[in-house]
Ligand binder design. Structure first.
Ligand code: SF4
Ligand code: FES
Length: 243
């Protein structure tokens, strides 16, 4: 028989439609078998105990990026975090910082997507498309590897101390995405996008404290992208082009 362990889940509850009720922690007692994830427990609480609990999820396998939250003080994906990994029987769940809460663990991602759109996160070409696909060498593909792995979970955005004090800062995920295209051998975007981030709300606003790297569940290093973009800006200033 599989051994169950008793856990207390303390979950931050808040409803933006009922602001007078304020934010509070609500406790749920759950018996958990080994291997169960935080997301599996949340689904059980919602389905069996309290249907008013709100959270986001979809893939349940660390691919869609929708279940990022603060788990016992650390930002991570609920679907890839096992309940038993904390060495305590109390698990505290809070929504991602640096966002407005819509309800419970669901935050308003609008500012994140607005910053993301600013960097034009798609391949831009000047020359006409070839008849066949545009190939890349292994070396060229390796340059963008880590940035391609981004699943847009916003963990880095939630962890960023600059965004905590400056909501106009473009943020680590958008810059990682921009660097992904600046480094892409097939992309031919004009350098004006670098002028747009050549300021304190862009590459020069970063505190370089690496919290985005610590928070990223896919081993993307947004700080690398910020350093790369700073270099591209200087290159463009000195030589008139960033490549
Ligand atoms: S860089 Fe990492 S933490 Fe940031 S959005 Fe992408 S996957 Fe999430
Ligand atoms: S449910 Fe898709 S990343 Fe967690």
């Amino acid at each position: 028989m599989i051994k169950e362990t008793a856990y207390t889940f303390k979950i931050l509850r808040y409803d933006a439609k009922k602001p007078d009720e304020g934010a509070r922690f609500q406790s749920y007692q759950i018996r958990v078998i080994p291997g169960l994830t935080i997301l599996a427990v949340l689904i059980r609480i919602r389905d069996e105990i309290d249907g008013t609990l709100s959270f986001r999820s979809s893939c349940r396998s660390a691919v869609c990026g929708s279940c990022a939250m603060v788990i016992n003080g650390k930002i991570d994906l609920a679907c890839r975090t096992q309940v038993a990994s904390f060495g305590t029987n109390t698990i505290i769940l809070e929504p991602l910082p640096n966002f407005e809460i819509i309800k419970d663990l669901v935050v308003d991602m609008t500012p994140f997507w607005q910053m993301y759109e600013k960097v034009r996160p798609y391949l831009i070409r000047k020359t006409p498309d070839p008849e066949k696909e545009i190939t890349q060498s292994e070396e060229e593909r390796k340059r963008i590897d880590q940035f391609v792995n981004c699943i847009l979970c916003a963990s880095c955005y939630g962890a960023c101390p600059v965004l905590a004090r400056n909501p106009d800062y473009i943020g680590p995920a958008a810059m990682a995405k921009l660097e992904r295209f600046v480094l892409d051998s097939r992309d031919e975007r004009p350098g004006d996008i670098l002028d747009e981030i050549n300021n304190e709300n862009g590459v020069w606003g970063c505190d370089t404290v690496f919290r985005c790297i610590d928070a990223c569940p896919k081993d993307v290093r947004p700080t690398d992208s910020i350093v790369g973009l700073r270099k591209a800006i200087l290159k463009k200033k000195l030589f008139g082009k960033y490549r």
